[in-house]
Design a protein around this ligand. Structure first.
Ligand code: RAM
Length: 487
């Protein structure tokens, strides 16, 4: 790994102060024996540190109190049994603890930070001599988002809830970095950062936090300069040893968006070589026909759809990122002719080799898979534009066989594609239908993964592991404020 100390020092200097908010709930007063449960509702999603205070009832406790506690972000998790989770993500993320208390009364502070609205306490064992009562539950909620600086919402009254839940999602993910989710993975991911930064520019406008995250990615890269897909923050900032072709390229777009929003030329200049390096590395992954060679590209994310062929989407993402690189280089006064030739060559190749003239849809991979992802990214990359793009997206919708987005992250790109080709009203309706379906299910924050047709589906093998407050799902606030508000 290649560390740039100056960049990491800059990131450290930009570390935000967390704002702490105290909350407290009283217990129900019920007397609890082994097997009894108590459910507490904090009324909204919070991220922070919890203290539970128990008192004993009856004779002097002659045995410890043994209890379990589980933190739920959403009612969607209520039916799940943690012990039945056998998916591929570590069950260590499940927000459950078992504790022995030898002395009562006792105020027990959990050392881990939790993300939740509901808390369920279950008494596992006491003795026949005594019972217990939950006296109170205290919470120190933390976030670096400063609500006093948040720009008020000026859209339609009927969209206020959609905006507020998006903003709450962003608020909860704004910690020492832009986390992907305060429950899981609690760290900085590039794909998520790009979208939450966009929502941030319309709401909290915390430029320093975006800047800090950009320096974290640029300050620790692979030996060849490739930007990683995520960074651990503690004990020292360190990248996860994996990259994704698309996420690395999004460093370019995130830097460009940051400059556009902040006008911070110094950061742009300092981080330009990192952005340029992502282009150079990706450029080497194409074959002689200018089509992306997936063996050279390595892992690509795009979406959690399990059977998705990602070649065509990745080709389009490359073109998309290069367009941002052109703007970035022009802002610094550099010559962009080579980049423009590169965009033209890859665009032409996409039209020639990744398009099925009979189906009138773009295809991906050796099996010529048709997915919504591919069409959406081709529109975002400007491979097709205006009326042509509108017609493509319409054909895509009626192609029942086309693979569909599995995450709000991919639905975000669909909404963005519709707006870019002039379908503003349709984009609005789709956004309201998709995120609105989460609101109808009682969401206080928006989910990491959601399919309205199959709300109980899980790409992770169980909903108990899902993040129900996930950064990449916060963008209705961005769309509503940028495209559907009065000034
Ligand atoms: C998930 C993370 C994150 C996403 C990656 C690809 O595990 O939660 O949101 O960027 O996968």
């Amino acid at each position: 790994m290649k560390k740039n100390k100056a960049f990491l020092d800059r990131a450290e200097a930009l570390k935000p102060r967390l704002i702490v908010t105290q909350k407290e709930l009283s217990g129900s007063g019920r007397v609890l024996k082994a097997g009894d449960e108590e459910l507490l509702d904090f009324g909204d999603h919070y991220t922070g540190y919890v203290t539970v205070e128990f008192e004993s009832v009856g004779r002097h406790p002659d045995a410890p109190l043994h209890f379990s506690i589980i933190f739920y972000e959403s009612t969607e998790e209520f039916k799940e049994k943690p012990e039945r989770y056998h998916g591929w993500i570590s069950p260590a993320w499940i927000q459950e603890e078992r504790v022995h208390l030898d002395l009562l009364p006792c105020a027990w502070r959990f050392p881990r930070r939790y993300a939740f609205r509901y808390i369920k306490i279950k008494i596992l064992a006491v003795s026949s001599n005594f019972s217990v009562r939950v006296k109170r539950v205290g919470l120190e909620a933390v976030s670096s988002a400063d609500d006093s600086k948040r720009i008020p919402f000026r859209g339609k009254a009927e969209d206020e809830r959609l905006d507020a839940v998006s903003v709450r999602t962003l608020h909860e993910c704004m910690q020492e970095v832009f986390e992907d989710g305060p429950k899981r993975d609690r760290r900085l991911w590039l794909g998520d950062l790009r979208l939450q930064a966009l929502a941030n520019y319309e709401t909290y406008r915390d430029f320093d936090l975006v800047r800090r995250c950009l320096y974290l990615f640029a300050g620790d890269t692979f030996e060849d300069g490739r930007v990683a897909n995520n960074v651990f923050i503690h004990p020292e900032p360190e990248i996860d040893e994996q990259y994704m072709f698309d996420y690395s390229l999004f460093f370019i777009s995130t830097l460009w968006d940051y400059y556009e929003a902040s006008g911070d030329r110094e950061t742009l200049r300092e981080l330009e070589p990192t952005a340029m390096r992502q282009f150079e590395l990706s450029k080497a992954c194409f074959d002689r026909k200018h089509v992306l060679d997936m063996k050279k590209a390595g892992p690509v994310f795009v979406d959690w759809h399990r059977l998705l062929d990602k070649q065509a989407s990745a080709q389009a993402i490359y073109i998309y990122a290069l367009q941002d690189l052109v703007k970035l280089e022009q802002a610094l006064g550099s010559d962009t002719r080579e980049l423009e030739r590169e965009i033209a060559a890859k665009t032409e190749a996409a039209k020639k080799y990744l398009y099925d003239a009979r189906k009138k849809l773009f295809i991906s991979g050796a099996f010529r898979q048709v997915s919504q992802h591919t069409q959406i990214w081709m529109v975002l990359a400007g491979v097709v534009k205006d009326a042509e793009a509108r017609e493509l997206l319409e054909r895509m919708e009626s192609a029942a066989f086309a693979a569909k987005p599995a995450t709000p992250y991919m639905v975000h790109h669909y909404i963005d594609a519709l707006i870019r080709c002039g379908e503003k009203q349709k984009a609005y309706e789709k956004m309201k239908a998709y995120w609105g379906a989460m609101l109808d299910r009682g969401a206080d924050t928006f989910y990491e993964t959601f399919d309205p047709a199959r709300p109980d589906a899980s790409p992770y093998g169980g909903k108990i592991i899902h993040s129900f407050c996930h950064a990449w799902s916060c963008t209705p606030a961005y769309f509503l404020r940028k495209y559907y508000s009065e000034g």
